[in-house]
Design a protein around this ligand. Structure first.
Ligand code: ZN
Length: 524
């Protein structure tokens, strides 16, 4: 652990994933964890192993697939059930076996919740906390405790709520996070309660929900009252009104309060990372989000315009570059020449300065039309290869494709696609059927090419994300499709953009297959 002085703790993968409409695969979770690590976040809560099979798999794959530079993983779970030993509770065992260096235990601190939800005695609840914390400590894990409904609990029975904190701390929990679980607190009231909790001598953290629109303010109030551990979610994700937006919290504390939470350079990547995460979650970015929104530093032309040019500082609360934003910004980190060259070298290409300028121009142009290369690494590499080769080189060329969608008399809907391709000097016509147009196109294109490239049998379409991008500058809305494909050794993502969703899907599909062939060793 580099520095245990002040904790930034992310719970996007557990609490944030409760957001309505947000559905993360294990691969998505790993991708989000990588982004958070790149930002320099200290702790990433990966989920609840044992209770949720996807989360069990996340921790298993994290061991080999995550190479975290800053962050440590935390596994979330509950204290043992009433009336059994922690050592014998299978859910506690799943936490122990998760391989996570930290376990965050949720515990009741509200007397009424203990009696009504847990249906046990106040004494037994304390015993459950004591036993579970000390058991996991003895097994070599670090333990944090989330005191659920703490603020309402403190209102209901302050001495019991504080007794929960003391019990956990004495048993070896290194942080106790006070949770405003229903998000109903206001900053002025919250500060006093945090102050009382700090008085127990336990190390105090804070976990806020945004139901009063005060999650970030409450978090800052808690820090002012002595909390040294803040929890929150990327982009403020979370159920109902969301959790405290961790990006806003970090930027506020670091830029306004002088805390040294993440490396300065990483903070300069915050805007890019916030947007890259929206590509994974497929949640439309909030352009008004503080610090990282595209509108966060955008000024309306007119009255101020000329004055802004003379001295932008008069109109901005910080220099937007500190968080990687701009008065009018380009989202992508690819847009800079240095980063394009770097990415090229990473992929094994040496670009001349002419080539990298060309590539940057092309990336900027495509991004302005709605492409995203943050989340489509394979599309970027194909673009890079085209630039180096000086022409567009592919294993096959497309003469035409066609999709029919039919609603049959019984009510089922079937799609049928025909593709006509040229490859290795042959003209191939193939037809595929599927439950949707993209599925049918995917089948047809593989059928056409598998005779020539049998390796394609191992390539699978594993994820398909669609987003409608609002039209800008008088243009119509366009559809962006991101496709993730896999073979035996890994995954890659490609992007397509068009006004027509099937054409956008086709573009992503064609690149997905091309990239799959390159991975299989077929150069063109
Ligand atoms: Zn929560």
């Amino acid at each position: 652990m580099a520095d245990d002085g002040f904790h930034v703790y992310d719970t996007t993968l557990r609490d944030g994933a409760q957001q309505e409409g947000l559905n993360l695969t294990v691969a998505d979770k790993l991708a989000v964890a990588r982004h958070l690590d790149a930002l320099g976040i200290g702790f990433i809560e990966g989920g609840w192993p044992g209770a949720n099979p996807k989360d069990t798999e996340f921790f298993r794959r994290a061991r080999t697939e995550l190479d975290l530079k800053h962050a440590q993983l935390a596994a979330f779970g509950a204290t043992r059930r009433a009336g059994v030993k922690a050592a014998d509770d299978p859910l506690v065992a799943a936490l122990r076996e998760s391989g996570a260096p930290i376990v965050t235990l949720v515990a009741k601190s509200h007397d009424r919740h203990v009696e009504l939800a847990l249906r046990t005695t106040l004494e037994e609840n304390l015993a459950m906390i004591r036993d579970t914390v000390s058991h996991l400590r003895a097994e070599g894990q670090r333990v944090f405790l989330d005191a659920e409904h703490f603020f309402d609990g403190y209102k209901s029975n302050p001495s019991y709520a504080l007794e929960v904190l003391r019990t956990a701390a004495e048993a070896g929990a290194s942080v106790i996070a006070l949770c405003d679980t229903n998000g109903g607190m206001l900053p002025d009231e919250l500060g006093g309660v945090v102050h009382a909790a700090v008085g127990t001598g336990a190390r105090i953290g804070i976990h806020c929900h945004d139901d009063t629109g005060c999650a970030v303010a409450n978090t800052l109030a808690a820090v002012a009252a002595g909390a040294t551990h803040v929890q929150g979610c990327a982009n403020g994700y979370g159920e109902r009104s969301g959790n405290a937006n961790l990006f806003t919290v970090v930027a506020n504390l670091q830029l306004k309060k002088g805390f040294d939470l993440v490396p300065r350079q990483s903070l300069g990547d915050m805007t890019r990372i916030a947007h890259a995460i929206t590509e994974v979650t497929n949640v439309t970015p909030n352009s008004h989000q503080p610090y990282v929104g595209t509108s966060a530093f955008a000024h309306k032309a007119g009255l101020h315009a000329s004055a802004i040019k003379v001295d932008p500082n008069l109109y901005q609360h910080i220099d937007p570059a500190e968080v990687g934003n701009d008065m009018r910004m380009l989202v992508s980190d690819m847009a800079g020449r240095a980063s394009v060259e770097l990415k090229g070298r990473e992929l094994g290409y040496r670009l001349s300065s002419d080539q990298s300028r060309q590539l940057v121009d092309r990336v900027k142009e495509l991004e302005s039309r709605g492409h995203t290369f943050e989340a489509a690494d394979a599309s970027f590499e194909l673009l890079l290869r085209d630039t180096v080769a000086g022409e567009r080189k592919r294993h096959f060329s497309v003469e035409s494709w066609r999709v029919i969608v039919e609603r049959r008399p019984a009510g089922d809907i079937v799609s049928e696609a025909t593709v006509k391709l040229h490859a290795k000097g042959e003209r191939i016509v193939a037809t595929g059927e599927g439950n949707g147009p993209v599925n049918a196109l995917d089948k047809a294109v593989r059928l056409a090419l598998e005779q020539l490239y049998p390796e394609l049998a191992a390539v699978q379409l594993v994820d398909f994300k669609v987003r409608i991008l609002e039209g800008t500058l008088g243009t119509d809305a366009v559809t962006r499709v991101l496709i993730t494909s896999s073979d035996a050794t890994g995954e890659w993502a490609t992007v397509g953009v068009d006004e027509n969703i099937i054409e956008a899907s086709w573009q992503a599909l064609e690149q997905a297959v091309t990239y799959g062939l390159l991975r299989a060793g077929h150069t063109v």
